[in-house]
Write a protein that binds this ligand. Structure first.
Ligand code: PRP
Ligand code: MN
Ligand code: MG
Length: 182
């Protein structure tokens, strides 16, 4: 029989560490936006777990919406050319927007998303991400809330996938090389 955990080399961040860091981030967000609560924009699909656990620790009447975007063009991931698969339902004119991501890798997806959302006339657009890989960054992005800076390794779980699998691991783990190399 298969288990979800067989392909994991080691756990990088366990459930407890993720939840306590998200609680701290939620408290900071609640303080910073106390006067004017933001629209939370989750980036599908990777950010679903982060949005779920983070927003439950933001003690403010926030709104929630979702975008789905996809890189295309060269065929490689993170070409920087992004297509909107699902746009926001909400009009963000004159509102504070907080984008929530699972991970910032090259930063190209987010750079494009920031430019796109800022062109719609919001009061502000900021970013909260659970993970960031400083060694993989190809563009500079100002990120207001970062959970953890992690090494440039292939991580899955807690929303992050490899070929659409492993999103439902409750922790963030490093995938065995044998899974994606032969
Ligand atoms: C992943 C991740 C971020 C993005 C980061 O999403 O969830 O959204 O890539 O990469 P970058 O900083 O190099 O642009 P992906 O495109 O795999 O879609 P998914 O969230 O549906 O898995
Ligand atoms: Mn994503
Ligand atoms: Mg992905």
């Amino acid at each position: 029989s298969v288990t979800l955990h067989d392909d994991v080399e080691r756990i990088l961040l366990d459930e407890q560490s993720i939840h306590s860091r998200l609680a701290e981030m939620g408290e900071a967000i609640a303080r910073d936006y106390a006067e004017d609560p933001p629209l939370i924009v989750g980036v599908l699909k990777g950010a679903v777990m982060v949005v779920g656990d983070l927003t439950r620790r933001i003690d403010l009447p926030i709104d929630m919406d979702w975008m789905a975007v996809s890189s295309y063009g060269s065929g490689t991931k993170s070409s920087g050319v992004v297509r909107i698969l699902k746009d926001l339902g909400a009009d963000i004119t004159d509102r504070h927007v907080l984008i929530v991501e699972d991970i910032i890798d090259s930063g190209l997806t987010l750079k494009w998303l920031l430019t796109n959302l800022r062109s719609r006339g919001p009061k502000s657009v900021e970013v909260a991400t659970l993970l960031r890989k400083p060694d993989a960054a190809r563009v500079e992005i100002d990120v207001k809330y970062v959970g953890f800076d992690i090494p440039n390794e292939f991580v899955v779980g807690y929303g992050l996938d490899y070929a659409e699998k492993y999103r439902n691991l409750p922790y963030v783990g490093v995938l065995k090389r044998s899974v994606y190399e032969d």
